[in-house]
Design a protein around this ligand. Structure first.
Ligand code: HEC
Ligand code: HEC
Length: 441
């Protein structure tokens, strides 16, 4: 049985082995072909890489040549500069041994930045200019904003006058009345004026303009010439008006003392409540003095520029004075009391309006001889359109018109450039009208 079995199985084994052998050799052939294909692809890739690398190298070579050309240009420019034909717009020369950022500044570049002028005249360029030349340049370059006589147009800054006002509540601080050093004027004008066209004045023009501003301030005569040489000799009106800040020595130590936190005062007595002091309405609302004056102090912007001189905020007790004074009208000194009250109210106008002998136009027209005069008629003042129209119509200031105007300027004269919100109290209007009545032309 076993013999017959082996007969049966052996050929079967042999057949299986043959099949295996054939299968392996087929697999071998497949493997060899796959490898060849892979190697061929690889060769293609290497060739492609080489082509790219060649292209990159060529491009680099072109760039290097370009750079070399540029370096040559820069070096040429640098040597031209050394030779004195400086052109500050050409690129900077390369300096070895640095991080490759920046380079030492050229003398010309330092000079272009180093323009500050010190009080003793250091830093001034050579040059000079006289009052007459200054008047011409000023008329052309500055007067449109600062006025022909440096008096300021509309709300643009005033550059002259104000000498007797430095001790006032609302001092008029001008170059003449306030600035302690002439160098500030030269420096400021040369750097920043004319507004919007800064840096366009020559040194001589600047000397001339500064001379003219001094003349407008009555600080020099009309034959005055300002120059680098006599600059430091000039003494400004307010040169002694500033003190060195010695608070670090004089005061700081005091503040550093231990603060008292307990039992510092024997008795405490409440004397007033803020609700009365600043007239804050108990139930809120906008009709308080605080709100009112705060609104008036906001600068307003008109075609003539911003109002740099906001209406002076009045303190509540001054207002109270005005009304209590008029309330008590009826006594013998009526007129005097009313005048005094009006004078106080007028403080709110005085930042812009002047009255009295020799009163000049400020940012508002002078108000001498107001009652009875035609609206918008002060010579040399540039009124807004609505006032010019009122003058053309021949309208005249009487008490009624003035009262209505002062109560609410913007509603009575729609479009006026008077940046003032109005007098709320009738008593104030009456008082200031009486006050103004006393200043005749
Ligand atoms: C377009 C209007 C305009 C022109 C033109 C102009 N300024 Fe001014 N000026 C101004 C304004 C606005 C200020 C205030 C600038 C500020 O406070 O930043 C000013 C400020 C000044 C001040 C400082 C005043 C102060 O007390 O602070 C001086 C000085 C001055 N100008 C001089 C000149 C001179 C000189 C010229 C002509 C070369 C000139 N300005 C041309 C608008 C002008
Ligand atoms: C912020 C500046 C400013 C304040 C504050 C101010 N005014 Fe004026 N006022 C002007 C200007 C500017 C004009 C010219 C108005 C125009 O042309 O539209 C003017 C015009 C006037 C006029 C007309 C003058 C004329 O010639 O026709 C009167 C009157 C007047 N103001 C009275 C007053 C009184 C009174 C006060 C105070 C209660 C006052 N103003 C407060 C700037 C001011």
């Amino acid at each position: 049985m076993s013999k017959s079995l082996s007969h049966l199985f052996l050929p079967a084994f042999g057949g299986t082995a043959l099949i295996f052998a054939v299968a392996i050799s087929f697999a071998n052939r497949d493997y060899g072909q796959g490898r060849i294909a892979a190697l061929e692809t690889r060769i293609d890739q290497v060739e492609a890489h080489e082509a790219t690398a060649r292209q990159v190298a060529e491009a680099e070579a072109v760039r290097a040549a370009d750079l070399e050309l540029k370096i040559a240009e820069v070096q040429a420019a640098a040597s031209a500069r050394v030779a004195g034909t400086a052109d500050l717009t050409t690129p900077a020369p390369l300096v070895e041994g640095t991080y490759g950022i920046g380079r030492p500044a050229l003398a010309e570049e330092i000079a272009a930045w180093d323009v500050d002028i010190l009080p003793d005249g250091r830093g001034l360029p050579a040059g000079s200019g006289d009052v007459w030349t200054g008047e011409e340049v000023f008329a052309e370059r500055c007067a449109s904003c600062h006025g022909d006589f440096a008096e300021g147009v509309g709300n643009w800054p005033v550059l002259a006058g104000g000498f007797d006002t430095l001790g006032d509540k609302d001092p008029v601080k001008t170059v003449g009345s306030y600035w302690p050093h002439l160098s500030t004027a030269w420096d400021y004008i040369s750097r920043s004026m004319p507004f919007g066209e800064a840096g366009t004045l020559t040194a001589d023009e600047t000397y001339a303009i500064v001379a003219y501003i001094l003349y407008s301030n009555d600080l020099v005569d009309d034959d005055f010439e300002l120059s680098k040489e006599n600059f430091a000799d000039f003494e400004m009106y307010n040169m002694e008006g500033f003190v060195i800040d010695d608070r670090p020595d004089a005061e700081y130590a005091q503040w550093r003392a231990e603060p008292c936190m307990e039992g510092c005062k024997d008795a405490v007595e409440v004397t007033m409540r803020t609700v009365f002091l600043v007239e804050t309405p108990a139930e809120g609302g906008s009709n308080s003095v605080m709100n009112h004056s705060a609104a008036e102090a906001l600068p307003s912007f008109t075609a003539d520029g911003p109002s740099f001189i906001p209406a002076a905020a009045v303190s509540p007790d001054e207002e109270a004075d005005a009304s209590s004074a008029t309330d008590s009208a009826g006594s013998a000194d009526d007129a005097a009391i009313l005048f005094a009250a009006g004078e106080k109210v007028f403080k709110r106008c005085s930042a812009c309006h002047k009255v009295g002998e020799g009163a000049r136009n400020g940012s508002g027209p002078h108000l001498n001889g107001l009652l009875g005069r035609t609206m918008g008629s002060v010579d040399g003042f540039r009124y807004s359109g609505v006032f010019t129209a009122a003058m053309d119509e021949g309208r005249v200031w009487d008490e009624a018109a003035l009262a209505e105007f002062l109560a609410n300027p913007k509603s009575y004269m729609a479009g006026t450039k008077m940046a003032f919100s109005g007098l709320r109290k009738e008593a104030d209007v009456t008082a200031v009208t009486e006050y103004l009545r006393s200043f005749v032309e």
